[in-house]
Design a protein around this ligand. Structure first.
Ligand SMILES: NC(=O)c1ccc[n+]([C@@H]2O[C@H](COP(=O)([O-])OP(=O)(O)OC[C@H]3O[C@@H](n4cnc5c(N)ncnc54)[C@H](O)[C@@H]3O)[C@@H](O)[C@H]2O)c1
Length: 311
């Protein structure tokens, strides 16, 4: 396992599901962890629970070091306090895993403004705000002459990279997180910060709400175990991954697919401005069967190979 001794990590939304597994795995690799979680329901309404404390107890009883943090990732000042919390508690910050999220699925034609706003706020601003404060902390360290080897690991979704029916708010925010990853990777490289992104998959309350219970195998490897996503986080956090940045990692079971996103595709080239009529003809010729997204499940099966054949 990569050695993360001496490093300090924040994992947002780490009280449950995938984030909890990231926090446990980072701790097992030697990192001290700020376990952030607001303790809200799946839709983001206050539920008064304190799952972050439970994860801190798990880490400390296994011999690790962790503190609980209850800030709201979607609030700019809360996010500043969360970064300060890491530095106050452990003297530094090396790894930020942006993972907190909520879900308010609805078909586009029925979606309420509040359903759009809340989901975009928690996911997209909830990635920007912590990254912004962590990045200025790392820039200061770098300008002070330190050799910074810092990490931001974001969380997109198959819904964001492939598109999923009923999730216009969530998928748009998750696609935005990919764009944010690409730009942050390019801006922060000069300070020694890499910025990558997961498109995870797991059996959690989130997938249960959207797709129902994913079947559990009778013993043996469980491809939907949320812990399957965490080795990517630990590997990217290692010093040896200093030159891997701006990548999106689809994960399902034992399949880790480094996705290719928007890249040059079908070129329709003309020496001068296209005439719309001729362009339409060229499009019909290039796409005789039309052109449309494959849908999330088909794309996941292509990306996941063996792990997804049974879905
Ligand atoms: N489960 C999957 O298969 C799957 C697939 C694709 C993407 N994701 C993404 O992975 C991440 C984790 O999802 P999960 O399935 O573990 O969900 P989960 O609901 O089990 O955990 C999310 C946690 O985030 C916390 N949270 C929500 N809003 C917060 C806020 N504003 N500030 C701080 N904490 C907040 C919640 O209290 C919760 O404990 C999410 O970003 C999700 O969109 C999950």
């Amino acid at each position: 396992m990569p050695n993360l001794d001496g490093k300090v990590a924040i994992v947002t939304g780490a009280g449950r599901g995938i984030g909890r597994e990231h926090a446990l795995a980072l701790s097992r690799a030697g990192a001290r962890v700020v376990v952030n979680d607001l303790g809200v329901s799946l839709a983001g309404e206050t539920a008064g629970e304190s799952p972050a404390e439970q994860v801190v107890d798990e880490i400390t009883s296994a011999g690790g070091e962790a503190v609980a943090d209850g800030e709201n990732v979607a609030d700019f000042e809360d996010a500043r306090r969360m970064v300060e919390h890491a530095v106050d508690a452990f003297g530094r910050l090396d790894i930020l895993v942006n993972n907190a999220g909520i879900l308010r699925d609805r078909m586009l034609v029925n979606m309420e403004e509040a359903e759009w706003d809340a989901v975009v706020q928690v996911h997209l601003k909830g990635h920007f705000a912590p990254t912004r404060h962590a990045a200025s902390y790392w820039r200061d360290r770098s300008k002070a002459g330190e050799e910074v080897r810092a990490r931001v690991i974001n969380t997109s979704s198959p819904s964001g990279v492939f598109g999923n029916v009923g999730q216009a708010n969530y998928g748009a925010a998750k696609a935005g997180i990919v764009g944010f990853t690409l730009i942050a990777a390019q801006e922060l490289g000069r300070y020694g910060v890499t910025v990558n992104c997961l498109a995870p998959n797991a059996r959690t309350r989130m997938t249960e709400a959207a797709f129902g219970e994913i079947p559990r195998p009778n013993g043996g490897f469980d491809p939907a175990d949320p812990a399957n996503n965490s080795p990517v986080v630990v590997a990217l956090a290692a010093d040896e991954a200093q030159d891997i940045t701006g990548q999106v990692f689809f994960v399902y079971g034992g399949a880790v697919n480094v996705l290719r996103g928007w890249e040059a595709g079908e070129l329709l080239a003309s020496e001068e401005r296209w005439d719309a009529d001729e362009l339409l003809g060229a499009l019909r010729e290039r796409f005789p069967e039309g052109a449309a997204p494959a849908g999330m499940l088909a794309s996941m099966q292509e990306a996941g190979g063996q792990s997804l054949r049974t879905l």
